[in-house]
Structures are given as structure tokens and as C-alpha cells.
Design a protein. Structure first.
Lengths: 194, 47
């Protein structure tokens, strides 16, 4: 029995006419050559598979949109597409090099997440609540200055204008507020840090 | 018996894409239809 192999041009013609088997035959005929070519440039099987796939997606789209001019050069055309995609891949990886984690190098040594963990967030909220309770226990004039300074971000000039006292008095009240807070914290051995 | 000192050929194994890649391409081709209207192309992927 003689096995007649249809030339690429005929298979392309059949595929464009709607015969999907023709594509399967074309791929089977040339897959090793094209895959081997890509792999010789990018010795990574996963990336090679991706580029092989992208190559044939372009081939399929061009053939299905009747944009292919058959000149008996199907394989060189496909190889050219795969070559261009390999070049695109190198351009992309050059712009955004991929760092693989090794024993010596971890990407987290360069980039880190500074946001609080849930646990730290809960602790921080608890500390804030405890601090507020301590501030409530201060004499009214000291509490007023401290709240204006620490929670409302006011300058001592603004505080003195609003409370009707001199800047020195406002400064003094702030100093006593902090001293009294430290006394209470030390007396009751309160822990206010993470 | 004499030892063979020749290097093993790097291309002794046949390089082929994965079955999944081929399967995807054939499925994609079956599902894809391209329609040209005026100077615009529309790609339709049917499920």
C-alpha cells in the first residue's frame, strides 16, 4: 500500500476550506522541527510550549481569515513567526527580568509588605484603647492640651489661642500630661507596645 | 568491549510539544470563526 503524503500547500488549502484534520496533519508533520527550534533558543519546556502555542494561534488566525498567501513556503513562514515570538520573549524578559528565589536570594529581601498582620492590628487597636482610657484619667487642662496636640495635630500656638493661655503654659500642661501618663503606666506596669 | 567515549548527542531525544498544547490548538481551531465585514475582522469563539 502506498502512502501518499499531501504537500503542505494542499493541506493548507484543505484547512482553509474547513477541514480541521488538515491542521492536525500539518502540526504533526512539523511539530518537532518548530518545537526543537524554539527550545534551542529558550531551553525551558514550559516557555517553549507557550511560544509554540502562540505561534500556531497566529497561524490559525491568519489561515482562517484568508490572509495567507500560499507560495509553497508554509514551514519557513511558521518558523519566522516562532522566531519573532522568541525575540519578543527576550525583549519582554529583558524589560522585566524574572527573579527566581534561591537559597542565597529571596525577593522579600527587596520588597516587603509593611502592612500590619491581623494579630498586630488587634494589638495596635487594643493599645489605642488602653491609651485613651489613661488619657481620660488626666486632669482636664492637661487632657485638653494633649488631645489637641496628639490627636488633632495642632501647633502650640494654635492650642494657646484656643485655650486662652500662653504658649509656655500650654507647653507646661503638655509636659505634665506626659509625666503623669508615665507615672500611671509605671505604677500599674501597663504594657503599651507590641 | 571497548568503551564509547563519544558524547551523547543533545538532540537524541525527539523534541515535541505537550499533548495539552496540541489538544488546545486543535480545539481552538475548531471553535474559532473569523468574519470579515468591510475592513474589520471579528473573531468568534464558539463553546
Amino acid at each position: 500500500m502506498v502512502n501518499i503524503q499531501l504537500p503542505d500547500a494542499s493541506l493548507v488549502k484543505e484547512y482553509v476550506a474547513g477541514n480541521e484534520d488538515a491542521l492536525a496533519k500539518l502540526i504533526k508533520r512539523h511539530e518537532s522541527k518548530i518545537y526543537g527550534f524554539i527550545y534551542s533558543k529558550i531551553p525551558d519546556r514550559d516557555i517553549t510550549n507557550d511560544i509554540f502555542q502562540d505561534t500556531f494561534i497566529k497561524v490559525i488566525k491568519t489561515l482562517k481569515s484568508n490572509s495567507y498567501n500560499e507560495e509553497g513556503k508554509f514551514l519557513p513562514w511558521v518558523m519566522r513567526i516562532s522566531h519573532n515570538l522568541v525575540v519578543d520573549h527576550y525583549r519582554k524578559t529583558k524589560k522585566m527580568p524574572m527573579f527566581r528565589e534561591t537559597e542565597e536570594f529571596s525577593i522579600f529581601s527587596i520588597m516587603s509588605d509593611n502592612s500590619l498582620t491581623i494579630e498586630n492590628k488587634i494589638i495596635s487597636e487594643q493599645v489605642q484603647m488602653d491609651l485613651k482610657k489613661l488619657i481620660e484619667g488626666l486632669p482636664a487642662d492637661q487632657k485638653e492640651v494633649l488631645v489637641m496636640r496628639m490627636y488633632q495635630d495642632m501647633s502650640f500656638k494654635e492650642i494657646s489661642e484656643i485655650t486662652g493661655v500662653s504658649i509656655n503654659t500650654a507647653l507646661g500642661r503638655m509636659r505634665y500630661a506626659l509625666m503623669n501618663l508615665r507615672k500611671v503606666i509605671d505604677k500599674h506596669q501597663i504594657v503599651l507596645t507590641n | 568491549m571497548a568503551k564509547t567515549y563519544s558524547k551523547k548527542s543533545l538532540f537524541s531525544q525527539v523534541m515535541k510539544p505537550s499533548k495539552e498544547t496540541i489538544s488546545f490548538l486543535l480545539g481552538y481551531s475548531k471553535a474559532l470563526t473569523i468574519i470579515k465585514i468591510e475592513n474589520k475582522s471579528f473573531e468568534i469563539i464558539s463553546n
